[in-house]
Structures are given as C-alpha cells and as structure tokens.
Design a protein around this ligand. Sequence first.
Ligand SMILES: [Zn+2]
Length: 607
Amino acid sequence: MRYPQTFIDDLKRQADIVRVVQDYVQLKKKGANWMACCPFHKEKTPSFSVSPAKEIFYCFGCHKGGSVFNFVMEIERVAFPEAIKLVAEKSGVPLPVMVDDSRFQARRQESEEVIELNKWALEWWEQQLESSGEARIARDYLIRREITDETIKTFRLGYAPDSWDALSSHLRQKGATQDQIERSGLVVKKEGGTSVYDRFRGRLMFPVMDIQGKSIAFGGRTLKDEDAKYINSPETAAYIKGRNLFGLNLTRDEIRRAGFVILVEGFLDLIVPYQFGIRNVAASLGTALTPDQVKLLGRFARKVVVNYDGDKAGVQAAKKAIEILLAEDLEVKILVLPDGADPDDFLKKAGANEYHRRRGEAQPHIQFVIDQAVGDRKLTNPADKEAAIDEVLPYIRAVRSRIQKREYFDIAMDSLRISDATMRRELWQSIRGSDGGRRVAVTTTTRSQHNPTVAEQQLLELLLSDEALRRALLVKLEPEDYLGLATAPVFQALIDGEREGTTIDFDYLSQKLEGDPVADLLPGLLMSDAGTDEKPSDGGQLAAQRCVDALRLMNVDRRINDLRSEIAAAERNGDTELRDRLSTEHLGLARRRSAMLPKTEALRTGS
Ligand SMILES: [Zn+2]
C-alpha cells in the first residue's frame, strides 16, 4: 500500500514546516525565518533556521537541510512513508486510503512473508545449534574456529539438521502454507515434480540481514566433505542478490565512526575480525561486488580498504572490486596479507595489533594494480610492456577526480618505464575523457566532489534568490562557464527549469537532482540570504557578473595549469616541437588571462 502521489503533492503544499518543526525545537522568529539551536548537532548559538516561504530548514553549522519530510525522517529516524504519515497527522490533514497498487502490494506482502518464514527458520536453527545432539558437529566446528558463544549469539548462527523435511514440517506447524514455503527459497522443488525438500541440510547457518537487521537470506556451510562448501538462498521477494552486505547491520555505526570500511569476502572474514574488536568491516559475500553494494557502502564511508583472500581468485576479485569502487568515487586501498592468508587465519595467527599495522600500510589501489600487471612480465620486452599497460589503464580511466587521475597516470607511466613523450601523451588522451576532444574531456573529468568555489556558490545564491536576475543571466551563460564545476547539475537544472517555465523551488530542484550528491547543497544555497532582507539596487546584476567573470578566469587558469605540466613533460622528454607548440598556446592564454584580470581579481578564489 502506498499513499497516492496527488496526496503527497497536496500535503507538501499544505504542511506548515514551522509548525511541524516546532513540535521538536523551540523556534524564535528572526526576520522572515525562524531560528533555533540545532537538534542535529551540539551548539550554544542558534544556527538552525526554518524558512516558511521556501518550505525548507537548514543548519548553517552542520549543513543538514531539506523539506519538512527530510526533517521528520532525520529527527524521527523513519523512512519516507512514515514521515508522510507523521507530517499529515501533525498538520491535521486526514490520511487518504492508501493506493491499491496491486503489484507493488503483492510483492511487498510476499516479501514480508518471506522475512517472517526466515525468522521462524532462523529461530529454530539457533535452537538446534544450541541444544540438539546432532548439532554437536557444528558446535565442534565453531570451537575449532575459535568462535565464542557471544559471537554466535551476535551473528545468530544456527544449525540446519540433516533432514529432507524437518524445517518444512516446522514451518507448516507454525502455520505457513505450502505456497509460502515454496516462495521462501528455504526449500527446493524436485525437478518435474510438485514435492519439495529442505534446501539447507546438515549445515552451519549464517543469516544475511538487511540494514534493519531482518533476516532476508542465508548461507549454509557444509560440515562434511561436500563439493558445495557453501550454499546460499536463491533470490526471493525479500532478497535480491548483490544489494546487501553481510554484517553491515551490526557494523554501520563503527564504519561511520572510523571513516573507512574494511571490505572482506566471506562470513568468517567478517565474524572473526568482529570478535577481535575490528568492527568497521563489511562482507561482499561470494559474488562479485556490485554497484548497488558500493552505493550502500558509500552511505557510511568514502574510504575502503579491500582485504580479500591473498590467493589468485582473491586477487582477481579485488581487481574487479577496485573498478566498481572507483566508479562510485570511493578512495580505495588494498590490503594483501602475507602467504595468501585471509583475515580469519591471519588474525588468529598474528593478532589484532599486527592486523592494524598491516592495514595501516595498505597499498593505494594504483600500486596494487601496477604490481599485479608487472608480475612476472619483463618490461624490456615490448609485448609484455604493452600487455602491462593495457592491464593498468582501465583502473586509471575509472578514477573520477581529474587531479588524482593525472597523479595515478604519472605513477603508472614511471613504474612501467614509459618515457616516450608522444606515447605518454597519446595514452593520457586515451584515458582522460571519452570522445569529443579537449573540451569534453575537460568538462567531464573536472567535475569532482570538491566543494564549490566562492564565486560559484555566490552566483548560484544570487540566481536562486532573484527570479529577474536568473532570467536575464542564464541566457548569457556559456556551457563551458559551468560544465566543469562541481555544481554543474544545479546550473543545468536552473536552465532547464527556466526553459520549461517551471517554478524553481526546493521541491523542483531536489527532484531534478535526485541521487546526485550535489543536491545536498540545495538547502544551504537557498537559505543563503537568511537575515539579509535588503537587496542591492542593481538587483545583484553586478555581483553576478563578477562571479561569471571569476569563473571564466578560473577556467583559463585550469587550462594554463594543464599546459604547464604538459610543457614540462615535453621538456623532460626532449620533444622540442611539441614543447614549442604548447608554449605558444600557453602564451595566448596568458594574454587572455591578463586582459580579464583587473575586474575579477577581487573575487578570484581557489585555482
Ligand atoms: Zn546543525
């Protein structure tokens, strides 16, 4: 069941953000806004403000901000539907009958049923592990692996008896229907027949929890000498492979606190470090790391130490993981433990301190990739060298920050002993950006997570606060004025909005920028004029023009900087022809730059 979209839209218009926030925070009127000490961070002087006109809140201290729904989600720690319900109640808007979105509904209900059956199965398996005679083999195994009772309880390990129907009978006894049991993935349908049998038999059970701690799937480890060491739940209404990370429900807070996450592969690779007190860990589990998993991880930390097995398969998996992590703009280091050890073995042998020490020395991803590529190859052999280059370049191409990309590129070229200038230049061209030559390359790769510059921020603030100015100025902007900026999507959204004739407000912009990290800047940009009600006599025209000039100057500066390093490289490599050509270009830009200077110097920020 869902609330109808029309109701949500209406509620957005009707809900009084001041009234809702006031239930939680003592607000005081100040100018057009309301202020208070922020409920989301500790402070003595109020920097939390609510704008009824813009229908947003924003804290100038911790930069949290957004709509009334965001506020309720944040302060009540609830999901969107629950926030809607709360806002409607607080605003005295009657809740409508939920939409009978039948497919959504059916899937939702099925998912809840699977989770319920999983819960029954897990509780039963836990009991079996604790007390059944047959489970001795599992208990012995855990003792051998030095897993404590406390750890068993924390991770809710269980034992599935070696029986074809013990679990299904138990589930039926609890009231599950045959259909529900079949849909749960806990049983396997016999080929061609209608009868089913228990999927997990005679296995040590590891439940996979979602981020809220609900058991959505299982991995079962054999305790005998079977081919399939692990078998796993199939996909069900509650479980889609590659969307979850094992352990994250227990480790998320520690990951946030530590500022980085150690990514491991298997159940025990997470459980054992956890038992050793290393708790900023998540496990990708068997299958290759997916973009969904990385997005989930990125919510808790932007730095990742990949600690996969040291064997050949582990190294391959680590390389694959690097690509996915880089594509999501995470910083990646690789920890390879000696003698192909996995974290489990290593910790038991060497202890937590030694593990921490090694982790502190984890290699930046590029060094790892280069070492792997060079391996046994002889760089004096051209074919070997080419193969090594081919292997390394994709990992540099995947880096999103252009500065880092260049840095990694130079490291790689030096490590692979590529000194020929033309070749270096060609290789750089091949990875710096896709088709379309220089301009595209510059614009697609300079967009980084860097904070906006002062000029860029001021310009956006002016554009957002003044409709007339927006109309006048947006048409004069050239794409290259903003395409290279961190906030390019905001400019684009403004231009699109103007063209479509939409009302440009928080609601519109946050929809346009959904999923883009730059959307987090919106409340701050919109609230910038809080407290300053008077407008300059020219409507901010002059200030806006100065910002545009400053941005154009920064653009030229960036290109000059690029040229400088390219000239230096040409010089190093003795390519005088190239050097002279680049120098001429440099001179032209330098002239242009000084022509721009007098009017913009005051506003130039960053570089
Ligand atoms: Zn705050």
